[in-house]
Design a protein around this ligand. Structure first.
Ligand code: URA
Length: 230
């Protein structure tokens, strides 16, 4: 790839600005300061400001989403993308979240520039388990365990019942729910249907990835290996 194409594709600067970056000696190829934006190089030969190209094989990141920010590129107010380095957002393929969390839900959110990865993880056929911890404003009835597991719970406005989901009641008004699909406001709607409106909601795991093991404070992110979902 041309050096100016590499710099813009991986979000460092525009193709036009690449000439300046190179002139200032910020780019080396195999340890030699590059001179021309049109020179070609392999990604693994290039250093920018002394660092290898970031996420050369695709960006895969786990974020501990704080409360109050929205999973959208367009809406008003604070967005999850405001928490990420601008360089990532400038990458040629654009960064998006893998599914969404509500503005008032916190916890584990994956972000990537790999559309196929988004598709693979959100495809209803894959059934990747997602685990949520919740606190309700009313006691969670024991009968909700069987109702959610039955695969027969039909939410308002839906044509097909929810897939079987595992509910663990951990306290009078608290619990953990594992879903294998992702419908709009699904956890809140399922618990409301069982008579226990959700007040606090956090996603604590997606497949094998857990927020506890990632050890991220709200707003922090870490690179992940997409192969864990293979
Ligand atoms: N279910 C919800 O109700 N909200 C979320 O953000 C995710 C799942």
């Amino acid at each position: 790839m041309r050096l100016d194409a590499i710099l813009s594709r991986y979000g460092y600067c525009s193709r036009r600005e690449a000439a300046q970056w190179i002139k200032r000696g910020r780019v080396t190829v195999n340890g030699v300061v590059a001179k021309s934006p049109s020179a070609k190089a392999e990604l693994n030969e290039v250093l920018v400001n002394g660092e290898p190209i970031e996420f050369p094989d695709g960006l895969y990141v786990a974020l501990n989403k704080p409360l109050g920010c929205t999973c959208s590129h367009r809406e008003e107010g604070e967005l999850v993308y405001d928490l990420l380095p601008q360089r990532w957002l400038n990458r040629g393929d654009g960064v998006s979240s893998v599914g969404r969390l509500d503005k008032e839900t916190s916890g584990l959110l994956l972000l990537t520039d790999d559309g196929a990865f988004v598709h693979a993880l959100t495809s209803p056929k894959r059934h990747v388990p997602k685990v949520y911890e919740f606190e309700c404003s009313a006691p969670v009835p024991q009968s909700a365990v069987a109702l959610f597991a039955s695969g027969e719970l039909l939410l308002n406005g839906e044509k097909t019942p929810c897939l079987p989901a595992e509910l663990e009641i951990t306290g009078e008004c608290t619990g953990r729910l594992t879903l294998h699909e992702g419908r709009y406001h699904q956890v809140r709607r399922m618990l409301a249907a069982a008579g226990a409106p959700v007040e606090v909601l956090t996603r604590i795991a997606i497949g094998p990835l857990t927020l506890a093991e990632l050890n991220l404070a709200p707003g922090e992110w870490a690179a992940i290996d997409p192969a864990v979902f293979a």
